[in-house]
Design a protein around this ligand. Sequence first.
Ligand SMILES: *Cc1c(COP(=O)(O)O)cnc(C)c1O
Length: 395
Amino acid sequence: MNKKIWLASPHMGGSEQKYVKEAFDTNWIAPLGPNVDAFEKGLAMYNKVDHVAALSAGTAALHLALIMLGVEADDEVIVSSFTFTASVNPIAYLGATPILIDSEPDTWNMCPKQLEIAILDRISKGKKPKAIILVHLYGMPAKIDLIMTIAARYKIPVIEDAAEALGSRFRGKPVGTFGLMGVFSFNGNKIITTSGGGALVSNDEWLISRSRFLATQARECAPHYEHEVIGYNYRMSNVCAGIGRGQLEVLDDHIKRHREIFNYYKSKLSIFNGITFQQESDVDHYSNHWLTCILVNPEKCGKVTRDQIRIAMEGENIECRPLWKPMHLQPVYCDKPFYGTRVSDHLFEHGLCLPSGSNLSNEDLDRVIGVIKKIMSKALVKEAENIEELVSYHI
Ligand SMILES: *Cc1c(COP(=O)(O)O)cnc(C)c1O
């Protein structure tokens, strides 16, 4: 069997173990500690943002962000429908209702038009949404300027879910820093990892110090354990933060490689009319290209479908996955209000994520490309023969 090619696997830089060893040598095997402080500082500098709290997961960061905005049972929170379930679950944790917004076709992220339609409709039904969770999927910045303008018009705070988009930029400014708060994830599959972890970022000092307080069981200032509100155990461990410090040193290398991988796939696969890419729609959008994503149009591919490609990859020991299944199609959220024209249904039906880890070699990519070329050329030749047959028949 050929070597397994993963979609996105952890890629260590080299100095991670040094920082983890430091944690062991100094016995800082705890949530909090010097690695956590240094990791937060590094992230703040990288993103040009004032305050960062390192947390146990991106999901935890979203949960705390909603709590601090006062989201409670029966409130409504707007969120991109085309996303991973972790963007939406924290809304449900609080007993609030997710209001799901469709994608637009350029960036595949939240459609500004549907956002405004939804806000007006929710207000007319008697409830103004408490927050907007804007996702930058697969690293691609959403149409941030339009979304922020609409959010400001109705005075609704924006939380950016930049879990997949660390290092992506909009008009040169890091994503995650446009909204009131931004969320990053360092799960094992993300562009850098702490094995598991996340961060909440903001230029508002109170929000970040409050999130640290809530993330450490909401312990009041007292010699005994005093609690006035309900807290959580959401801080990042000092051991994990050590991995994060090492990973930050290679983040720019990872982004460079992810972008190379995107360009490599694109240069080799653009010969097929039926294959299109999630790509930067203009110079404002700069994606870290965490995953290279394609759409397969069977009408232009000799009837080859996304699933045929995915299954052929499986046979070659290559991990490929369909794009995220939109939340309005998920059994758990399909009864929630949805505003859209089913752009994301189409993305889900025809889209495929290609292996994109920064540790993949060009030989690995050639194997992936080879599978697609083989299945496509066969189908296109067959189609051409059929056309000839048809032509000769009619003659
Ligand atoms: C990974 C991810 C999250 C959650 O991050 P965790 O650290 O795994 O909790 C949230 N939103 C999106 C879009 C993600 O991809």
